[in-house]
Design a protein around this ligand. Sequence first.
Ligand SMILES: C[S@@+](CC[C@H](N)C(=O)[O-])C[C@H]1O[C@@H](n2cnc3c(N)ncnc32)[C@H](O)[C@@H]1O
Length: 379
Amino acid sequence: MMSKFQLVATAAMGLEAIVAQEVQDLGYETRVENGKVYFEGDETAIARCNLWLRVADRVKIVVGEFPAYTFDQLFESTKAINWENYLPVDANFPVSGKSVKSKLYSVPDCQAIVKKAIVERMKFHYKRLGFLDESGAVYKIEISILKDVATLTIDTSGTGLHKRGYRQHQGEAPLKETLAAALVKISKWNPNRPFVDVFCGSGTIPLEAAMIGQNIAPGYNREFISEEWPWMKAKLWEDARNEADDLANYDQHLEIIGSDIDHKMVAISQENALETGFGDLITFKQMQATDFTTRLTDGVIISNPPYGERIGEKEEIEKVIRDFGTLMNQYPTWSVYMLSSMENFEELYGKKATKKRKLFNGFIRTDLYQYWGQKSNRE
Ligand SMILES: C[S@@+](CC[C@H](N)C(=O)[O-])C[C@H]1O[C@@H](n2cnc3c(N)ncnc32)[C@H](O)[C@@H]1O
C-alpha cells in the first residue's frame, strides 16, 4: 500500500477557507481549488483529519486526475491507475458518479466504464480469471467529471463528517453540524467568553461551541468507513484517538446557554447534550429570545432564527428580530451573529451589520449578519 496520498477535504460552498485552516492546523499544507481543499498525507493524516475536521463534509483519497473526452480515454486512464495499491483482492467497490459541463455526460455509462476498468486491472494484478467476489471492506469510489477532466476518488469517511454521533433527535430545521461549527469558528469565540444561542432548536450551535471550547475531536465517538480497510491499521486509529484524548480539555469551564421558545426543542437539546456528555456543561432553557438578559460582558450570541418562510410566521418573526435588535443595544460588549435568509434583516435589526458573509444553509442562500461587540476586558 502507499505511504503518501493526495487527499481532498470537501466542504459546503463558502466554507473552504475555514476547512483549509483546519487542515493546516493539523500540520498539512493545503491548496484550494474549485471549492476543494487538497493536501498530502499518510494513513495517519487520514485518521486524524477524519477525527478532527469540524467543518469538512468528507476526506477522500484522490487516486487519479486526467482529461476524459471519450469513453475509451476514461477506460484506459482508469485502468492505468495502480488500484491494487488501494484495493485488496476482496474489496467491495461501488462506483458513484457526477458530470458537469463535460462531453461524457451520461453518468451511469461513466460509472459502468470505471467499474469495468478497475475490475480488469484487479483481475490482471491479482491473477483472477473469474469474477471478483467483492466480499470484503467497502471502498466507495467516485468518478467526477468537470469540464472534461475526470477525477477518481475513494471516500475515507463513509457517513458524512457532520454526523458526530450525538444527535439523537432534531427539530424541523436543524443546522448541519459542520455549518454550526463554521459559525462558531467565524465568530472567533473562545471558551473564556460567555456563549448564547437564543433560537437554539435542537442545540446544534451550543453543542458545537462546547466541543470547540473543550477542544474535543468531533469524530471521537463515531466510526469511519476506512477503519474497515486492512491497511488502515487499528493502531493508527487508536493512536489518533489517544492523541485526541490527550488534547481534549475536559476541565475547561464553559458558560454556554441555549434557549428556545418551544419547550419540546429545549428537551431535545438537553437529550442531545446528555448524549455528548455535555449534560451538565450547557444550560438549556425555555425562553422567548427577546427576554434575553445577562449581567455578563463580552459574550457571543450565535443563532439561526426562523426565516419567516411559513405562512403567518413572517410578521411574527420580523417583530422578534426588531425587538431583539433593540434589546441588544443594552449589551454593547456582546457580539451577535445571526444566520438568516431575510433580505431585510439589517433593517429589522435596526443596524447595519459590521460584516456580512454569504453562506448556504443546505440549498437556502443565507447571510451571516455579524454585529461585533465593543471590546472591554476580553482576552
Ligand atoms: C431554524 S430553528 C433553529 C435550529 C437550530 N439551529 C438547530 O440546529 O436545531 C429556529 C428555532 O427558533 C425557535 N423560535 C421561534 N421563535 C422564537 C422566539 N421568539 N424566541 C425564541 N425561540 C424562537 C423555534 O422554536 C426554532 O426551534
